[in-house]
Design a binder for this molecule. Structure first.
Ligand SMILES: [Zn+2]
Length: 216
């Protein structure tokens, strides 16, 4: 991807990553707060957010990433880590355990009956396992897994597709594409994300997201 710059800065214990795009054709932008509960080195997490940012940029979506460590929990939690979420401000938690739904499950997205959501979990051991199976670094693989789970929040209950980053399972071909940086959202998925992001703000509330409705 050409002409992409990434700016990194420490703000009150947070690492704020802002993806600055040289151009934006749609004006679509999202903010993702990441709660890291897994033993992930900071450098790996930075690479993962850069990778996920690149994937969303390819779909025409600008992204801002706010990293909240466990040490930020409690009454002293910085405001950005407690910010209310809606469909343009999402929350992603990286957990150190595997899914009970099987060891090939990437994570889980919490969706309402309308197929809208703001919260998702990523199972870190699966990203580690995938990185051992392909030539890509752990940070790069984790970034793809994060983008897949965030994709569920935009694309609803039937988000999986036979091609691209929303394939339900990644095998040799997908792992090769991760290494080449070509495992992306399809044009149709990008159009659907734009439609959601450009919806008037009063329609963006996710509603009841009490039940996980999307595995993997
Ligand atoms: Zn999935």
């Amino acid at each position: 991807m050409a002409n992409r710059a990434l700016r990194t800065g420490l703000v009150s214990g947070l690492l704020l990553l802002v993806s600055e795009m040289a151009f934006c054709v749609s004006g679509a932008q999202i903010t993702i707060t990441i709660h890291n509960e897994a033993p992930i080195p900071q450098k790996v997490l930075e690479q993962a957010t850069q990778e996920a940012s690149r994937i969303f940029h390819q779909a025409g979506v600008n992204s801002v990433w706010i990293l909240c460590q466990q040490s930020n929990a409690g009454p002293s939690t910085p405001p950005d880590c407690r910010a209310p979420v809606d469909l343009i401000h999402l929350s992603l938690r990286i957990v150190p355990w595997s899914s009970q739904m099987g060891d090939s499950t990437f994570g889980v997205a919490f969706l309402s009956e309308k197929g809208l959501g703001t919260y998702s979990d990523v199972f870190y051991p699966l990203a580690e396992k995938l990185s051992r199976q392909c030539a890509a670094s752990l940070g790069r693989v984790l970034g793809h897994v994060m983008a897949h789970e965030i994709g569920h929040l935009f694309l609803g209950t039937n988000a999986h597709s036979p091609v691209g980053i929303m394939r339900p399972q990644w095998q040799a071909e997908e792992l090769q594409q991760i290494g080449m940086g070509t495992l992306l959202f399809t044009p149709e998925q990008a159009r659907k994300m734009h439609a959601r992001l450009l919806t008037p703000s009063t329609d963006r509330r996710a509603g009841d997201t009490s039940a996980p409705r999307s595995g993997n």
